[in-house]
Design a protein around this ligand. Structure first.
Ligand code: NAG
Length: 317
């Protein structure tokens, strides 16, 4: 189980390295003279275009368009969309450049930065005044990746809401709720290393075509836990993280200072426990913060909530 997860993680990285930013030009020409460029969403794409004569294009005119009329990049003897010429499609503003140093070799390729899935389409690179006229066709495919699309995709799962249902010194019962998502998301709990945690059967209900999912898990270690909702069909993934502190460790390895021995130690320990019982929330927070220094970088609200649960669970030691 563990090994296969590690292997999966490794494969994932290898795949990512392979895809990230690397532009795969699949065959210069696939019969129809169309060059195909495939990139991963968010990376940059270079769309190739070179005069067959390789002659200097610095004083020439060339025009890049998409799906017919959409103006992507226009160059006319030094004047272009990035130095004052108006007319560029607003979707491409600030994302397209040519390669000035390459022009003298007849290379009028462009780069589109931070590609979006909607950049996919058929591009043309046209030298309208050239005799004979030269026009090149490039097909761009931007492959979507898994990411948070809740802001711009209908039915994308909102951030899961996470709470600690019950806590003892040895374990915490965590609940994750995904409220209203379509298509049906998969929901899972993960530890900070990304391992999927064993969990109860999810409780799934459907209302008006939207899915509501509740997933509980019991954890026994202090860690950052994530509830992750994924909708592979729309390439959407979103998570909520929560810090769980298991009290058991409070008087052991993580926090003990010095050796407390004998009856004197017993009295001191008793006093400490008494103080802990009587401590205000503020005091509890301070002590705990010190115990965990360096180990936490939490969102304030989650922290507060955990601390309240902690003070409740740790109170009657
Ligand atoms: C044109 O320039 C781009 C950017 O430097 C480069 O990637 C591409 O290989 C060049 N094409 C040719 C045919 O030299």
């Amino acid at each position: 189980m563990f090994i296969s997860l590690r292997l999966a993680a490794l494969c994932f990285w290898v795949l990512l390295l392979d895809l990230c930013g690397i532009i795969k030009t699949l065959g210069q020409s696939n019969g129809s003279g169309v060059v195909r460029v495939v990139v991963e969403e968010g990376s940059d794409a270079i769309l190739p275009c070179s005069l067959s004569t390789k002659e200097n294009a610095e004083e020439k005119l060339f025009d890049w368009k998409k799906d017919g009329p959409k103006e992507i990049f226009f160059y006319d003897g030094g004047l272009h969309y990035n130095n004052g010429r108006p007319g560029q499609d607003h979707q491409f503003k600030g994302r397209v450049s040519h390669f000035q140093d390459e022009l003298k070799y007849g290379n009028a390729s462009i780069i589109i930065r931070n590609t979006k899935v909607t950049d996919s389409g058929n591009y043309s690179c046209d030298f309208p005044r050239f005799q004979p006229r030269q026009i090149f066709n490039i097909q761009l495919l931007v492959e979507p990746i898994l990411k948070d699309r809740s802001a711009d995709t209908r039915g994308a799962s909102p951030e899961p809401s996470v709470k600690i249902l019950n806590q003892t010194q040895d374990w915490s019962l965590l609940q994750c709720e995904v409220l209203g998502a379509s298509p049906k998301p998969t929901v899972e709990w993960q530890d900070s290393a990304g391992n999927k945690l064993p969990a109860e059967e999810p409780q799934v209900s459907e209302r008006g075509g939207s899915f509501y999912i509740i997933l509980q898990t019991t954890v026994k270690k202090t860690d950052n836990y994530r509830c992750v909702a994924t909708q592979e069909e729309i390439k959407h993934q979103i998570y909520t993280e929560t810090y769980v502190y298991i009290c058991e460790k409070l008087f052991e390895d993580t926090c003990s200072r010095g050796d407390v021995t004998g009856w004197f130690g017993g009295i001191v320990l008793g006093a400490v426990i008494l103080a802990a019982v009587q401590a205000s929330l503020v005091a509890t927070k301070r002590i705990t913060v010190r115990c965990n220094k360096g180990a936490t970088e939490e969102r304030e609200e989650t922290w507060e909530r955990d601390m309240m649960t902690l003070s409740r669970a740790c109170g009657p030691v």
